[in-house]
Design a protein around this ligand. Sequence first.
Ligand code: ZN
Length: 434
Amino acid sequence: MQYFYILEFLYRKERMTSKDEISELKDEILELKTLLKQKEKRLKELINSSENCPYSTQLSCQEISRYSRHMLIPQIGMKGQIAMKQSSVLIIGLGGLGCPAALYLAAAGIGTITFVDYDEVEITNFNRQILHAEDNINVSKVESACDMLQANSNTLQNLFDKNKYDVVLDGSDNVATRYLLNDMCVLNQVPLVSGSALQMEGQLTVYNFEDGPCYRCLFPIPPPPDTVTNCGDGGVLGAVTGVIGALQALETIKILTKADNVMSGRLLIFDASSTTFLNVKLRKKQETCDVCGLKPKITQLIDYEQFCGSKAHDKVIDINILTEVENICVKELATLEKESVIIDVRPKIEYEICKLPNTINIPYTYFKDNKNSEDITKTLLSFRSKTSRVFFICRRGNDSQRTEASMLILSLLILHFPFTEKKTPEIEQDRDCL
Ligand SMILES: [Zn+2]
């Protein structure tokens, strides 16, 4: 017996040792990375200061080599490259659109790029947000982007009061931010390069450029919040955001270099499933527009979350329809699993990704739309002899509550199940299952 104790002790000691070593190595690597960054920054400064070109007053030798492929294009030339060097671009959102756009704009030699993002890097970002490294999980996206592009990050306040931007690039993911950026750009007379992507589709246009329309000219009233699908729920293909983000960088470069045919007054619709681009003419700038019209009602920024009735981010808001006693945790559910019916109300596509054992899948939309009610009744009846307890589970804990609240399922359950403890079914909140 003593022998086993010794073995266990040794095993624990070994585990502790490797844990300590992991932690030590992480700290050491972080320290080395910081030192490396400082040295790379200094090296860059020294190279730049020693490489003034005797034959050009505006570009260094390194810049001439680096951007030579740009300057050979007749539409850009030396003049366009210098214009890019002297310009300042503001990128809002360092997600699927902002990341490729930032990479191309930094590589193109834009003088100053300012990033704005409230969020931190997380594992679900990596399929499309190509600027962020796995080492930067939980790091702010702005810091992560500056890290990758070897730039400096600072706290940014009152952006437009302190800076003059030539172009604003919108890579945000929500309606409230779109209205805010539109109004900010109209009030400061800055073009807004707008992009969006969802699932297999993307869109691109430029607002407030020369005599073109602004976002409000086309959408004077925000859409009802429940009609907007976000990437967190609908999904998005990384290559689609890559295409739109790169096109946003392209339109930005065209504006800065004063090229023709900027995407103003037109909307590009990209359908990745058929690899087709559709170019649609948009309505003209409206004289009655609230912000860019002849008699504007909006002369300063307003509360955009209140105006849109939705938050300025695409995170799902938790709802609380049920009381605390009507919810149970996963561990408790596991103990009751055998004598219960567990209905997973997620969409079929999510159920196929991963599922708890001994569950049946009836998507919430079936209850909501009163679809397949006969099938639902049959399924529930087949469990009649087995149990009196029914639990609903879902991805975020919202749809399971809505299902319970649905009068259809409630009436079905009351009709067909002899409840013993409660007269209403209980809900389990399986957060972050996916
Ligand atoms: Zn307008």
